[in-house]
Design a protein around this ligand. Structure first.
Ligand code: PLP
Ligand code: TYF
Length: 402
């Protein structure tokens, strides 16, 4: 019956790991997927997560279904982390739902928008993505029934922000468009808005009657401080935007496979909040019915216990600092092996990724000649760089770029 089914391609990012796993070289390095590794190159489970897990194991009655909307305490803690304790927001007007991590939150937002966002001409809402953006974004919003567009963001020449282009594209966008903004640690470029840029974007979004949809998958990874990294979102809220926010706790709690996330939608009234939550439940029910129970309980346990929370914030900062240290070592390493190119951006960019500027051809050589694996767009997951492999990596990068 399915004999005519065409075989589809692997996910461009997750497919890298498959190729890496098949490689026999003892020097092989996986810089594909954005998942944190410690300095030994191993996955890292945070200490407070381990402690919370042990506590959870004592609880004998935790296999029941959650409500469709999810674990309320978790959702309250999640939104407090993003918006801050003193946001001035009337939390009674903020709809929120536990989601299947960041991806699930974005998809639920897309589904909600195609059904209920008031748009003119009866057309599907248009979601504008930064160019480039996380590869999955376009597919998520397309499959949710949105139209997908883009705005200029990254400047290849300066390896920084194309802010002129960004503003021009937003100014010329369709009235009422939804603008997707990476809250911090932009994936894949590592280039974020600064304070003044956030201010201008906020103005343009208001002037054009647009909706800001924040994707916050790396809170903590730009500065090491969760509050500092939330400043873009918080500013929009302070300036009166009714934002939509997709939070992922995959990276900052290291809970990747647990699928821990939260969608929140800032509204004007309690009635609006309740209506939005009722519709989110109606969307989730025929898709997956109830969200998973364990990951959110771990986060809840940590955020309910001051000691664990402090420990978590410290280890989170430690991850960000290790990555920052690797950026410095990689840049110095490249200079040390005699590269004459400017690698300043390796150190300047934020978060988990370095948008190296390596061409698809150079990436291909890295893979074939050095067993160094990264995506064809030249994105390096800095989380895979360690004191043990940074020298090898710098040398390999120099050889393919000289
Ligand atoms: N948004 C961005 C920009 C990401 O890089 C990711 C990937 O981790 C996600 C969202 C969602 O990830 P998850 O579904 O694991 O939370
Ligand atoms: O960009 C990344 O590497 C992370 C992880 O389909 C990821 O966001 C990549 C692809 C994917 C899901 C997660």
């Amino acid at each position: 019956r399915f004999s005519a089914t065409p075989r589809g391609p692997e996910d461009a990012i997750l497919g890298i790991t498959l190729a890496y796993n098949a490689d026999q070289s003892p020097h092989k390095v996986n810089l594909g997927v954005g998942a944190y590794r410690d300095d030994a190159g191993l996955p890292f489970v945070l200490t407070p997560v381990r402690i919370a897990e042990k506590r959870l194991a004592q609880d004998e009655h935790h296999m029941e279904y959650l409500p469709v909307i999810g674990n309320r305490t978790f959702c309250d803690k999640a939104v407090a982390l993003a918006y801050g304790q003193h946001s001035g927001l009337d939390m009674g007007c903020v709809a929120r739902m536990q989601t299947l991590s960041g991806t699930g939150a974005l998809r639920m937002a897309g589904e909600l928008m195609t059904r209920f966002l008031s748009v003119r001409n009866g057309q599907a809402p248009v979601v504008l993505l930064p160019r480039p953006s996380w590869a999955n974004h376009a597919a998520i919003f397309r499959d949710a029934g949105c139209r997908v567009g883009g705005y200029r963001y990254y400047d290849e020449d300066t390896k920084g922000l194309d802010f002129e282009g960004c503003l021009r594209d937003l100014e010329e966008a369709e009235e009422g468009s939804v603008v997707l903004l990476h809250a911090c640690a932009h994936n894949p470029t590592g280039v974020d808005f600064g304070e003044s840029e956030w201010g201008r974007v906020s103005e343009v979004v208001r002037e054009k009657g647009m909706v800001a949809l924040f994707d916050m998958a790396y809170q903590g990874f730009t500065s090491g401080d969760l509050d500092v990294d939330a400043e873009g979102v918080r500013r929009f809220v302070r300036e009166g935007h009714r934002v939509i926010l997709a939070q992922s706790f995959s990276k900052n709690f290291g809970l990747y496979g647990q699928r821990v996330g939260c969608l929140s939608v800032v509204g004007d009234s309690v009635e609006e909040k309740e209506a939005v939550e009722s519709q989110l439940k109606i969307i989730a029910r025929p898709m997956y019915s109830n969200p998973p129970i364990v990951g959110v309980r771990l986060v809840e346990e940590i955020l309910k216990d001051e000691k664990l929370e402090i420990m978590w914030r410290e280890e989170m900062k430690g991850m960000a600092e290790r990555i920052q240290g690797m950026r410095k070592m990689l840049r110095e390493g490249l200079e040390g092996v005699g590269s004459r190119l400017d690698w300043g951006h390796v150190e300047k960019q934020n978060g988990m990724f370095c948008y190296s500027g390596l061409t698809a051809q150079q990436v291909d050589r890295l893979r074939r000649e050095f067993s160094v694996y990264l995506t064809a767009n030249g994105r390096i997951s800095m989380a895979g760089v360690t004191t043990g492999n940074v020298g090898y990596l710098a040398d390999a990068m120099h050889r393919v770029t000289k």
